[in-house]
Structure formats: structure tokens, C-alpha cells
Design a protein around this ligand. Structure first.
Ligand code: HEM
Length: 400
């Protein structure tokens, strides 16, 4: 097969992208994709270097808006203004301010303090499903569970979680190659979330608590945060990135464990394998398939000449299946040792919420093993597709 014959947009590819990505990695690892007018990186080392590189800027997300007509761009101004302030996307100096404020709060020790709340949230939802003899792991467990945890971490009441789920799903369209109507929905959700958050911030000014809203207000006092708009934008980002990713890993992980013979029983017999199983789900089928960067200046990637302003698609999912790093990369091995996957990124923009996500997914699996040991798939699951290449579970029905 030649590079020209390989299409990254053929309809069936969502369900099985890896054979094409393996071929591409072998014959053209730094690939110019005409379909996406972007470079695509596929080798583990190239992906890791690109994620760490300060010569590549993570501003690629707002590019989708820049490609629209001038009037469409004007109508999405609020969305763009918010996204440009998100941690991970502003200028490197602004990113450093946010990181200084937030990273200590997301350390393993600080996140560990949330364990009792997280376990209780998982348990009450799972008990409900177990009493009914089954249900949908995505909508009845993973979504409300992850939404409650991120709401609790930010400092929002758990009863607002269904509102947060709707907003998060609309806003996270900015991570995908979305069309104009989807971006308009994202903008509407950003406006509604901002209005809601301004009220929460006002309440916390009067009465601080041990939560992220109060931490951001403290950041404003010490000069790390410049104004309330920065607080609101970054809380919106937490809602957008902190919920769907984690619920996706819980759902996909449950599917993988139940689909492949004997994996669930192995965990039942030896629960010390759960942390490794969590890492393997993120490696094998993690929620971040591709992340985007823009070249700040002319540079060489692999042997290819990249121009300033070129978009670079970093295929984290392809790196996580690179056979030069992972033995049997297409096998789901729940006790894989030395699993150096890049599913949480690496370098200055690596995942802020990695410890929180790991804890949430581990507790989800542990409580499922306790509350529904006899769980099995009730029927074929449903998937939702996102351009380019990613697919997430939208329904996963189980019996228990
Ligand atoms: C299993 C679940 C998750 C996965 C697989 C995941 C994955 C990632 C990846 C790959 C990146 C790097 C993106 C890049 O370099 O362009 C990232 C960044 C980020 N993630 Fe996550 N994430 C998860 C959960 C969370 C949660 C729960 C939060 C909530 C706090 C979160 C907050 C962030 C933030 C703020 C960044 C940007 C960090 C920075 O620029 O310094 N993530 N995540």
C-alpha cells in the first residue's frame, strides 16, 4: 500500500484505526495529511519529543474557529476568548502562573484526601444498578460519577451535575473537528456556564471553602490569577476536560475487561492488579487520540521540513501502540509491566488531572468488583464517533 492510498477519513476507520496507523508509522512516520492539511506524528519518540517541545505551541484548538468565515468567527468570539485563557493554551508565561497555582492541589497527596468522597459516590450509584440487576454503565454510572467528582473538586453542589454533564458535552466539541452548529452550541454552553460560575464565585468570596473556586480566588489575591475572567475560563475548562475523559476510561475499561475472556475473573481473584489495569486501558484505548500543536518557527520533524504556522497532529494513540516500545502492542494486557504510555501526555502540558483520573477509575473498578462481581455484557454497546479517528462509548448495557 502507498501513502497516497491511505485515507484517514474513510468511514470504517473509527472502529479499527490501528492497522492503518501501523502501516503509516512504518512507511511515513512524519506524514503530511492532505485531508487535514496537517502533519501527523505516529512514532513514540517523535510524539514524546513533540509533547515536550517548546518550539510547538498548543494553540491549535482555536485554529478551527480561524478557518471559518469572518462572520462565523465573530459570532464565536465568546467561545474563542474563553478557550484562549484555558490552562494548556495561553502563552507559556501565563501557563506557568496557572501551573504554579494548580499543580500542588493535584498532587497524589492532595488528591488522596478525596478518596472517601469518591468511593461513596461510586458505591451509591453502583448499588442502584446492582439492585435493578443491570443498567447502562455510561449514562447511569460513569457520567454521573465523574461529574459528581469534578463538581466536588471545583466546589459545586452535586445536584447540579446533570447540568454540568450537558454543558461539558457541548463545550468539549472544541476538542474535535466540529462543524459550525456544534461550535455555536459550545459557545451557548460557555455563556451559560460562565453566568452560573460568576454566582458561585460571588458566594465563595463571602465564604471561602476547601475547593478550587476558593483556590482561584486566593490566586487572585497573590497575583497568580489576573482577574475573574481567568477564573471563569479555567473553571469552564475543568468542566470540559475533567469529566468526559475519565468517564470514557471507566466505560471503555469495563467493556475491555468484560469482552476479553477471563480478564474480569483475573481482577476478581487479584485486586492488586487494578492499578496496572487502569494504566493499560489508558494505553490501549485512551480518550485522547490526537492532540494538536502549531509550529512556532521553521523546524525539522523526523526528516521533514515543517514551516512556521504549520499544524501538527500528535497521535498519542499511535505512539501507545508503537511496537518498538510496547511488546504485543495490540494486545490488552492487564498486568503489563513498565507501561510508559503517553495517554496523559508528557512535558509542561501533561495532564493536570492524571492523579485524580487514576484514583477515580481505580475506585470505579474496585467498587464494581465488590458490588457486581457477576457482571456481564447485556448486548452490543453503542459508540459515538469524533473526527479525526476517535470513538467513545455512548451506551454500555450490562447485567449483574
Ligand atoms: C483518564 C482521564 C484523562 C486523560 C486520559 C487525560 C489526558 C490528558 C492529556 C493527554 C493531556 C495533554 C494534552 C496535550 O499535551 O495537548 C491532558 C492535559 C490536561 N488535562 Fe487531562 N486527562 C484526563 C483527565 C483529566 C481530569 C480529571 C482533569 C481535571 C482536573 C484534567 C485536566 C487536564 C488539564 C488542565 C490539562 C492541561 C494541563 C496543562 O496544560 O498544564 N484531565 N489530559
Amino acid at each position: 500500500m502507498t501513502v497516497r492510498e491511505l485515507s484517514l477519513t474513510s468511514p470504517g476507520l473509527f472502529h479499527s484505526p490501528h492497522p492503518v496507523l501501523h502501516t503509516l508509522r512504518e512507511i511515513d512516520p512524519v506524514h503530511w495529511s492532505e485531508e487535514f492539511s496537517s502533519w501527523l506524528l505516529l512514532r513514540y519518540d517523535d510524539v514524546a519529543d513533540a509533547l515536550r517541545s517548546e518550539a510547538l505551541s498548543p494553540t491549535g484548538m482555536t485554529r478551527r474557529i480561524e478557518h471559518l468565515s469572518p462572520s462565523a468567527q465573530r459570532s464565536l468570539e465568546e467561545l474563542r476568548r474563553s478557550v484562549e485563557q484555558w490552562m494548556g493554551l495561553p502563552r507559556i508565561e501565563d501557563h506557568k502562573r496557572y501551573a504554579k497555582l494548580l499543580r500542588p492541589r493535584f498532587s497524589p497527596r492532595e488528591i488522596g484526601r478525596l478518596e472517601p468522597y469518591i468511593r461513596e459516590s461510586a458505591d451509591s450509584l453502583l448499588l442502584d444498578i446492582a439492585r435493578r440487576g443491570g443498567g447502562d454503565v455510561v449514562t447511569e454510572f460513569a457520567y454521573p460519577y465523574s461529574a459528581s467528582v469534578i463538581a466536588h473538586t471545583i466546589g459545586l453542589p452535586p445536584e447540579d451535575r446533570s447540568m454540568l454533564i450537558d454543558w461539558s458535552q457541548a463545550i468539549s466539541e472544541v476538542f474535535h473537528v466540529s462543524d459550525f452548529p456544534a461550535l455555536q452550541d459550545a459557545q451557548r454552553a460557555v455563556e451559560e456556564t460562565a453566568e452560573y460560575l460568576h454566582r458561585v464565585i460571588e458566594a465563595r468570596r463571602r465564604e471561602p471553602r476547601d475547593d478550587l473556586v476558593s483556590l482561584f480566588l486566593e490566586g487572585m489575591r497573590t497575583g497568580l490569577i489576573l482577574d475573574e475572567d481567568e477564573i471563569v475560563a479555567n473553571l469552564i475548562m475543568m468542566v470540559a476536560v475533567g469529566f468526559e475523559t475519565t468517564s470514557n476510561v471507566i466505560a471503555t475499561g469495563t467493556f475491555l475487561l468484560l469482552e476479553s475472556a477471563g480478564q474480569w475473573c483475573r481482577l476478581l481473584n487479584d485486586r492488586s492488579l487494578v492499578p496496572r489495569a487502569v494504566e493499560e486501558v489508558v494505553r490501549y484505548d485512551g480518550p485522547v487520540f490526537i492532540t494538536t500543536r502549531v509550529a512556532k518557527a521553521e523546524m525539522v520533524l523526523g526528516s521533514k521540513h515543517v514551516k512556521a504556522g504549520d499544524t501538527v497532529l500528535i497521535a498519542v494513540a499511535a505512539a501507545n501502540r508503537d511496537p518498538s516500545v510496547f511488546a504485543d502492542p495490540d494486545e490488552f494486557v492487564i498486568d503489563r509491566a513498565d507501561n510508559r504510555h503517553l495517554g496523559f501526555g508528557t512535558g509542561p502540558y501533561s495532564c493536570l488531572g492524571a492523579q485524580l483520573a487514576r484514583l477515580e477509575v481505580r475506585i470505579a473498578f474496585e467498587q464494581m468488583l465488590s458490588r457486581m462481581p457477576d457482571i456481564s455484557l447485556a448486548r452490543s454497546p453503542e459508540w459515538q464517533e469524533f473526527r479525526p479517528l476517535a470513538r467513545w462509548l455512548s451506551h454500555l448495557w450490562v447485567e449483574c
